[in-house]
Write a protein that binds this ligand. Structure first.
Ligand code: GUN
Length: 283
């Protein structure tokens, strides 16, 4: 069997087209959705990510501001900037790019963002809302994964989903979203004794570890759906995910590639969250 690709670029284009239309409708009512992206320091990967986020705002007609600060910025100064953005009526979403310099307490910075503007979905209020099924912002990467499953018409009810990785940003919220759609969910992590025994039972596998070849063909039940959240470099320096794509695509029914899979969807869901933060003002 050769799996069908779930094309994150194509789904992103489609979704961003819909976002653009809703942005235009909101602008007609006098509101331009605005995103503030805050970058502290000069992490090269972060610089690429924030550039792509700002460009996505421009492409969908949203307002954006990129605030760049030196790595020596104090935590107090950053907290003051976040407070100012909380009170800025032209800004509906605030994103502080992670990682932050080590002298800062990232969670404290995130908790300073107003939950109404927490379009990353990292605030404890957002995590709590997801946990109890109340409206709030969902973290963009697992949200994008859910949209990818929806795009293939996949019904999770009664299916076994295995999430590999337990981060606050992907693994844990991913498990809650799958659970909300009535999947039976297993979360595996570095202390799981027999990962293969778990993944072989899975109808859906989400790999979100940040390590190459975490999932190989012998670990996948024929016909399973595989979503690859990883973003790594192989020995030749090329981008690759957590999944051994060449092998697994011969066993799975659907698979997301890296690049061109979950990555573009993450930024697209950030646009959706920012738009919805602004739409809530007129609702
Ligand atoms: N660093 C890596 N991914 C993300 C993300 O989705 N949001 C933020 N704020 N920082 C990140």
């Amino acid at each position: 069997m050769t799996a069908q690709l779930i094309d994150g670029n194509a789904l992103s284009r489609q979704t961003r087209e819909q976002v653009s239309q809703r942005v235009a409708a909101l602008k007609a009512k006098g509101i331009t959705p605005g995103l503030a992206v805050v970058l502290v320091g000069d992490n090269p990967a972060s610089q690429v990510y924030v550039r792509n986020k700002v460009k996505a705002c421009e492409d969908t007609g949203m307002h954006s501001v990129l605030e760049k600060y030196d790595a020596t910025m104090t935590e107090a100064d950053l907290l003051a900037r976040v407070e100012a953005l909380n009170n800025d009526p032209t800004i509906h979403g605030i994103l502080v790019q992670l990682p932050l310099p080590t002298h800062m307490d990232a969670q404290k910075v995130i908790e300073t963002i107003s939950p109404a503007k927490d379009v990353d979905g990292f605030h404890v209020a957002s995590a709590g809302a997801l946990m109890v099924g109340q409206p709030g912002f969902w973290p963009c990467t697992p949200y994008g994964c859910m949209k990818m499953l929806e795009s293939i018409g996949y019904n999770l009810r009664g299916k076994h989903a295995v999430v590999i990785g337990r981060s606050n940003i992907v693994g844990k919220p991913m498990a809650l979203m799958l659970l909300q759609q009535n999947a039976t969910v297993t979360i595996c992590h570095s202390a799981t004794p027999d990962l293969k025994a778990m993944t072989l039972q899975a109808d859906v596998i989400v790999a979100a570890v940040g390590k190459r070849n975490v999932l190989t063909a012998d670990m996948v039940k024929p016909g399973a759906v595989v979503l690859d959240v990883g973003m790594n470099r192989n020995d030749e320096g090329k981008l690759c995910g957590d999944v051994d794509f060449a092998g697994v695509k011969e066993v799975a029914s659907y698979i997301t590639p890296v690049p061109g899979g979950v990555g573009p969807m993450t930024i697209t869901m950030l646009m959706v969250n920012t738009l919805e933060a602004a739409e809530r003002l007129v609702a």
